[in-house]
Each structure stands twice: as structure tokens, then as C-alpha cells.
Design a protein around this ligand. Structure first.
Ligand code: GLA
Length: 708
């Protein structure tokens, strides 16, 4: 098909694109029951008085050269020349779900290759552009963005802010005049600005409204914008952010934007998340749905740097007893690593701590039926390390400046071939000399003046990080990798394509985690979210939570525990055992079903759940975050059930539910379904609902819904 008007179609969403003489997305919305290319005549715009005398299309490249005065999709120059390209379509290749357009500017000797795929089932749009320099003189690329027009009714933005220990906090802004801009120069996706946002109709919510989601699948510097042009039209833009001079394209060289993943939903944020989750499960996640996510024990908050193999083996025995399936030794196993001020870079076993090597521990872990994992932070170097003493020039820095340390460390220049080879060799030693099944890959500082051979090199650093992961994945395909960066500082689809799990946050406080995990769930399904039961008194906040609240909060994700089980009392141990068992029973459902976040009029109650694909069973978690606003919590109407089916509703877990007579403080009488299971129709549960109990703040319960 080489038509001028191309329609990409999926189950629920369509995209209509003009391809000649220039490209323009004309429609991105609900699937069209009926469409013919001639229909687009209805969208032919007037030309307003007092402006340029021509119509201005919102092209893929959003060229300033056409008279677009807003944020262009491409910026750069060739020694000051060829700085305002305008592209004309040369070639179009299209199918029902994919489109490739090659366009050129002959004057500027530049070619733009645009690739779009609309995934047929979910309607997730994957799009990127590649710029090619056709001239013998280099073209200095400053910006290359993916621009997507959205309808005028997209008047609100939901984006995410955060920081270490507080990732994925959503906030809203009105899109009225000018733009909403979010930039990160930290050299990673960042805690501060997860590279995604949602635009939508006024008041869009979890269950209502039309929304368009945008995510940049990239683990480096980035810029996202949502703009209202002065003519009222709206566009969203996503791009890798290039530092000055980073990208210089020689003749025939290309630069591609990262893939942008966009999703449209008429059913509020849930519809968008469900599209993303299904898409990831089918297209990006590296383990199959049948590979159960093993329950972890991570040693970090249990023993920190204090490694004693005999003690660690006892911890492993205890872990196996309570149902743990993968045992991970965190930071502290390599030379000189007795605290966080030394050792990074020296990826050799600390033989003082491990005189017999790692093998006795690994064999012990394997003999207990668990797999073994280990922590690394390859991109970093402490000034107090043998590596730094031997190769101070391996640091990612600009000559003549003093680089600040972050957590007492510098960053290694991965574009330096010897650095790359050293890391590949050391990691290959670790993974080939030891039967390791899992690596927690950390990245604990940001890039400042990231220099390679005197030039800024943050973009190349991220590409080299990907190359290192790709090489290791190729060499050790059985090893799973967790992406961690001081908790959730490197979470995005670019790294998800190369790893299996995210460490969501260094904050294991269950109350904080309720918010963080919900924030992450907009773009990620539960099975890639590392969620651990931490200490009763959380190390990050010093807040105390019951094992019930902690267990239920960690239950839905890729579950683990992070503490020393030897130091835990019997009540705690019993709790870990109980929630690990419950998780194992539920994980086939949790890690394959449809996630729902509910709109609750009283925002002190947070409810989310998972409904099985066949809609025959579901579990919903009610978390009471603070004191209820009212004296009753109201009724919850459950989504996603079959109206004509009878369901049994019962309490699956709720250790803290007590009436006043039983020592509780919030309820004299329980709602009747908590006294004994009830059977009602799906329609009734969806329309009338279920009366919620009154819970104490910072407690939770799990509701079981199952077809009878
Ligand atoms: C980072 C990680 C933690 C832990 C420590 C180890 O902070 O996020 O989970 O691995 O490093 O130093």
C-alpha cells in the first residue's frame, strides 16, 4: 500500500496519517467503524487572518522551516548552515499496523526515516525517527523528537515527580497556554521525572475519561513536552535530551530517537495501563508468563556490608524454610567494600570475608532449592579503589575540572574501550566462574560533566550501558537482571527490554509503597515490580507497620523479603511464611490478570486489584491509608466482572479486622460479607457494590471474588 492517507488499525484505537507530500497524524482515537481516505477532507483547516498565508501541518518533524513557531521536532546545523530543514516524503511503506515513511530535505542533505507500529490488539503505538546525514560535512544534531498531535480536548496533564525514597508521585497540571516541560539531565531515567506522562479530557480519572499516554523508552537524559500552540492545537513531544556537541553525524551516519510508546484509552487510566501491561507482556518482557517469579530474599537491609559466609548460609537456610526461592547477596562481597566509601570498580571477591570463595554459599543456596543472585554496580568507581589508583583516567569527566562525588563515587567512561572490556571481563568472570542466576544491577549516582575525550558523552554512556547489558544477555541468557538505581532511578521500557525486574524504591515503608507502587502501575504490570517486606520499623522512615500491612503491600508484585530472618521474632517469621505462601497461591493470577485501580470518593481508602483474563476470579486490596474522612468507607463497585455470573465474595486476608468486642477500635459490627461469604451476581457487584469495612489507618485487607 502506498496511499497518501494511511490508516493503522487495532482492536480499540486507530491512527490516520497523511503521508504525502509531508507527514501528519490526522487522527489518533477510538477505532473507526467506517473510514475511507476521502473522509479526511472534513479536517481541512481554514487559514486564519493575521497569520502566515498557508496552512501549517503538524508534521512528524514539526519543522520550524514551515513556519511552526513552537517547539520544533528537529534542530541542528552544519557549521551554521542547513539549520532549518523541511522534509518532503519520498517513500511510504504501509500495512494495517505499520508505517515507514522516508522523507528528505535535498537542500540540507538530510533524510528522515519514521517508523510507526500500532500493535493490533492493544493499540499501543510504537514510534521513532531516524535522521541520516547525506552530506560529506557533519551535521550537528541538537534535538530530534517524536511529536504526536492530540485533540483540543486534551486539556490536562498527569506527570510524575519524585526523589530517592519517593518515586512515581503523580501530579496534575492544566494545559491551557504555553507548555508543560519536563527535562532530566541526570544520565538516567531518574527518580525525579519518570519519562512519561498522560494527557486527557478534563477530569479524567482511573475509570473515566479519554486519555493519551506517552512514554519514552530510554534510560538516559530526556525531555518531554505537552504544548498548546497559539492556534489552540495541542502536541506532545518526547525525545532523548542531547547535551551540547554530543551528536555530530558524519556522512551516512544516523541518529535514532528512542522508541516512544503511546497508548490511547476511552476508559480512563485503567484502559491505558491495561493496554501497556498487555503490550509489555506480549512484546517486551523477557520471561514467559509461565515462568513464575521466584520469591526473593535480599540481604541488604538485613546485614548491609557485614558479610560472614557462615552467617549468610544460616540466613539462607532460614529463608528456604519460610518459602524463599531466590537468595541474593547484596553490596559488600567484593574487595575493599566494608562501607560505601571504597571498593567500587574492584570486582574481585573479598577473600578476607570469603576465604573459601563464593562457591560454598552458592552451593548451600542451591542445595536448599533456591537460585542465587548477587549485586553489582558496574558503571561506578570509588576514588578509594585499586581500579582508580591504576586508572584515574577511566572516569567519565571533562579534563581540567574537579568532578563532585556522589555517594563517594565517580562514574566510569563506558565509551572508553578498555573500560568496557574490563567490565565485560569482570562480569563474565563472575557469571561464568559461579553458577549465578540473577544479578541486581545498581547505579547510585548521577552524571555530572560526563566527558569522553574532552566532549560531553551522556547519550553515548547510556548506549554503552545498553551494549554491556546486551552483550551479557547474549553470553549468559539464563541470568536474570534487576534494574536498580538507588531504588527506582532507572525504570523505563528501554532497560526493561534488557532486564527482568525493577527495584522500585529503597523505601520499604508499606504506606509509602502504596503510593509508589500505584504510581508505577500506570505503566508497568505487577510482575516486574520488586516489592519486599521490610523490617517492622522501616529503615527509610522509622515508621512501624504490622506484618499484615507490610505483607499485603508487597503481595501483588515480584515479591521478596529484605531483612535478616534470623533476627526476626516468631510472629514476624510466621508472617513472612504466611504472605509468601499466599503470594505463591495468587501469583499466577496476579502476574497474568488485568490490573484495576479504582476511583474512590474518599481518598483515604485505596483499592486496586487484579481480575483474571477469563473474569472468573479476582482479588482486590483495600488499603486504609489514613483515618477515614467519614465514619463509613462506603460501597465499592468492582470493575471487570461478568454481569451474568454469580460470584462468591469473601475475605481472603485481613489480620487486623476486629470488632470493638474483639479488641479492635474502628467497628462495632462487621459488614455481613465479613462474617460469612456471600454469593451475588457480577452485575450487582459492578453496579451496586460491596459495603466496605471501617479499617484502622495503615492497615489493609484482601477481598476474594470467585465464580461459583
Ligand atoms: C542502592 C540500592 C539498594 C542497595 C544499596 C547497596 O542504594 O538501591 O537496594 O543495593 O545500593 O549499596
Amino acid at each position: 500500500m502506498t496511499a497518501d492517507i494511511v490508516r493503522l488499525s487495532s482492536a480499540d484505537a486507530d491512527l490516520v496519517v497523511r503521508c504525502r507530500p509531508y507527514t501528519e497524524i490526522l487522527y489518533w482515537g477510538p477505532k473507526l467503524r467506517r473510514f475511507s481516505p476521502e473522509d479526511v477532507v472534513s479536517l481541512q483547516r481554514p487559514v486564519a487572518n493575521g497569520k502566515l498565508d498557508v496552512d501549517l501541518p503538524l508534521t512528524f518533524a514539526m519543522e520550524y522551516g514551515r513556519g511552526q513557531f513552537g517547539s520544533p521536532g528537529i534542530e541542528g546545523h552544519r557549521g551554521g548552515r542547513n539549520a532549518s530543514p523541511v522534509f518532503t516524503t519520498l517513500k511510504v511503506e504501509a500495512s494495517d499496523s505499520s508505517l515507514i515513511v522516508i522523507s528528505e530535505d535535498e537542500q540540507a542533505s538530510l533524510q528522515l526515516i519514521s517508523e510507526l507500529r500500532l500493535e493490533p490488539q492493544t493499540g499501543v503505538l510504537q514510534i521513532r525517527h531516524t535522521l541520516k546525514n547525506l552530506h560529506h560535512q557533519a551535521w550537528e544534531l541538537e534535538r530530534l523528537a517524536v511529536t504526536l498531535p492530540v485533540p483540543e480536548r486534551a486539556v490536562e496533564v498527569m506527570a510524575f515527580h519524585g526523589r530517592w525514597l519517593r518515586e512515581f508521585q503523580p501530579h496534575r497540571v492544566k494545559l491551557e497556554h504555553g507548555g508543560f516541560i519536563q527535562e532530566s539531565r541526570r544520565g538516567r531515567s531518574s527518580h525525579e521525572y519518570f519519562p512519561a506522562f498522560v494527557v486527557g479530557e478534563a477530569g479524567f480519572s482511573e475509570q473515566h475519561g479519554t486519555v493519551w499516554g506517552v512514554h519514552l523508552g530510554w534510560s538516559g537524559n530526556h525531555r518531554l513536552r505537552a504544548d498548546v500552540k497559539t492556534d489552540g492545537r495541542r502536541v506532545v513531544q518526547a525525545e532523548a535530551l542531547y547535551l551540547p556537541g554530543e551528536i555530530s553525524l558524519g556522512e551516512g551516519e544516523t541518529c535514532s530517537t528512542p522508541w516512544v510508546y503511546a497508548a490511547f484509552s476511552q476508559n480512563g487510566l485503567n484502559g491505558m495501563s491495561q493496554a501497556y501491561h498487555t503490550y509489555l507482556r506480549q512484546s517486551l518482557i523477557r520471561f514467559s508468563g509461565s515462568q513464575a517469579r521466584p520469591v526473593h530474599l535480599n540481604t541488604w537491609e538485613g546485614i548491609y556490608f557485614d558479610h560472614d559466609p557462615a552467617y549468610i548460609m544460616q540466613m539462607a537456610s532460614k529463608a528456604a524454610e519460610i518459602g524463599v526461592e531466590r537468595f541474593i547477596i547484596d553490596d559488600g562481597w567484593f574487595r575493599g567494600r566494608n562501607h560505601d566509601q571504597a571498593g567500587l570498580g574492584d570486582w574481585y571477591l573479598d577473600e578476607e570475608k570469603y576465604p573459601q570463595g563464593l562457591m560454598p554459599v552458592i552451593e548451600h543456596v542451591h542445595a536448599l532449592g533456591m537460585s542465587f543472585g548477587i549485586w553489582v554496580e558496574p558503571e561506578m568507581i570509588n576514588p578509594d579503589s585499586d581500579l582508580f589508583r591504576a586508572h584515574p583516567d577511566w572516569v567519565l569527566q571533562l579534563p581540567g575540572y574537579q568532578q563532585p562525588t556522589g555517594r563517594y563515587q565517580y562514574v566510569l567512561d563506558l565509551s572508553h574501550p578498555e573500560v568496557f572490556d574490563y567490565l565485560l571481563e569482570r562480569l563474565s568472570w563472575l557469571l561464568s566462574e559461579h553458577p549465578v542466576e540473577y544479578v541486581k544491577w545498581d547505579m547510585n549516582r548521577e552524571l555530572v560533566q560526563p566527558g569522553h575525550e574532552g566532549k560531553l558523552s551522556a547519550d553515548a554512556q547510556t548506549h554503552q550501558f545498553y551494549r554491556l547489558l546486551d552483550e551479557l544477555n547474549w553470553r549468559f541468557p539464563h541470568v536474570e537482571i534487576e534494574s536498580c538505581a538507588s531504588g527506582g532511578g532507572r525504570i523505563d521500557y528501554g532497560v526493561l527490554a534488557r532486564t527482568q525486574r525493577f527495584w522500585v524504591s529503597d523505601n520499604n515503608d508499606a504506606l509509602e509503597r502504596q503510593a509508589i507502587q500505584r504510581g508505577m502501575s500506570y505503566f508497568f504490570p505487577p510482575e516486574v515490580m520488586g516489592q519486599h517486606i521490610g523490617h517492622r520499623r522501616c529503615h527509610a522512615t522509622q515508621r512501624q507497620h504490622s506484618i499484615g500491612f507490610r505483607g499485603l503491600t508487597a503481595l501483588f508484585g515480584h515479591m521478596g523479603i529484605e531483612l535478616d530472618p534470623i533476627q526476626s521474632d516468631d510472629e514476624e517469621l510466621e508472617g513472612y511464611r504466611h504472605y509468601i505462601k499466599l503470594h505463591k497461591a495468587l501469583r499466577p493470577l496476579l502476574h497474568s490478570g488485568t490490573t484495576w485501580r479504582l476511583d474512590m470518593p474518599d481518598n483515604t481508602v485505596q483499592i486496586s486489584g487484579v481480575v483474571s483474563q477469563d473474569q472468573t476470579c479476582a482479588v482486590f486490596l483495600m488499603a486504609q491509608l489514613q483515618m477515614l474522612n467519614y465514619s463509613l468507607a462506603g460501597n465499592v463497585r468492582f470493575p471487570g466482572l461478568l454481569p451474568d455470573t454469580q460470584y462468591q465474595v469473601s475475605l481472603l486476608d485481613g489480620p487486623e479486622i476486629k470488632t470493638v468486642r474483639e479488641g479492635g477500635g474502628a467497628m462495632r459490627e462487621l459488614p455481613s460479607w465479613l462474617r460469612q461469604p456471600i454469593v451475588v451476581s457480577g452485575d450487582w457487584l459492578m453496579q451496586a457494590g460491596l459495603a466496605l469495612p471501617v479499617l484502622m489507618p495503615e492497615s489493609a485487607l484482601l477481598i476474594n471474588i470467585i465464580k461459583v
